[in-house]
Design a protein around this ligand. Structure first.
Ligand code: SF4
Length: 241
């Protein structure tokens, strides 16, 4: 089974995952109580008139760094309630106040600085910014950049976050030594160059990492265990060859 086949099994098992969640729109038409789409993940895209959603995705990607989505989501919702999910409003907001409002996302002083930098550059970036330009900003690393590229701008970038890397290395698709960029490059070759596909693919891998391929894997519950290198190694034991 290759990665596409694995994703197909996960899709059948978990159904559409509906990323990127927009906490500001939780419970509105087409979105559930946590802001996820009722349906497959669907990037917004630069051609969409929904500029607000693109900025919310970018801000959410920054706030989600090194923390659980629950805290980041609460911070995004707080920003929305205070009218700050807008680059100009965010720039005008005093640094200290912004830090306090996003406290639930953790490392909030640093993240407030990152959000200010993102806001100051957002208008130009949102029109035609590249991955390199995103990475040049303080506080934007490869994972945050790829989240923005894939989910906000509908570019064919795979988000090779820790969840995705854990699964593809355990399954034996890539060596354990592969870091972010090597895994991303591998996945982008292995999967269709289609932002809709890549958005749902990443969301499905995160879902699988939370349900079965957890830090201590629950292989007995796993729907793709028959194709997994790690699981088969555990069943058969180490090779004597
Ligand atoms: S069999 Fe275990 S290690 Fe392999 S993908 Fe499933 S949960 Fe992860």
């Amino acid at each position: 089974m290759d990665l596409r086949a694995v994703l197909s099994v996960l899709e059948t098992e978990y159904g559409p995952v509906g990323w990127w969640p927009l906490p500001s729109r939780a419970g509105t038409e087409g979105r559930n109580a946590n802001g996820y789409r009722n349906g497959p993940s669907l990037p917004i895209g630069r051609l969409s008139k929904d500029k607000a959603a693109r900025f919310e995705i970018a801000a959410g990607a920054v706030l989600a760094q090194n923390t659980a989505w629950r805290g980041a989501s609460a911070a995004v919702a707080t920003l929305a309630r205070n009218g700050l999910l807008d680059p100009q409003a965010m720039l005008a907001c005093p640094q200290e106040q912004l830090s306090e409002l996003i406290a639930q996302a953790g490392t909030y002083r640093r993240k407030a600085l990152y959000l200010k930098t993102l806001s100051a550059n957002w208008e130009a970036l949102d029109k035609s910014g590249t991955r390199e330009e995103l990475l040049a900003l303080s506080g934007i690393g490869p994972e945050t950049a790829d989240c923005i590229l894939c989910y906000a701008w509908a570019e064919s970038n795979f988000v090779a976050d820790a969840y995705a890397r854990r699964i593809v290395s355990r399954m034996g698709f890539v060596p354990d030594s592969f870091g972010y960029e090597a895994t991303r490059a591998w996945a982008e070759k292995a999967l269709p160059k289609d932002p809709n596909y890549l958005a749902e693919a990443h969301a499905l891998l995160v879902e699988h990492a939370k349900r079965s391929c957890t830090a201590k894997p629950r292989c007995d519950h796993c729907v793709v265990s028959s194709s997994c290198g790690l699981c088969n190694k555990m069943v058969t034991g180490p090779s004597l060859m």
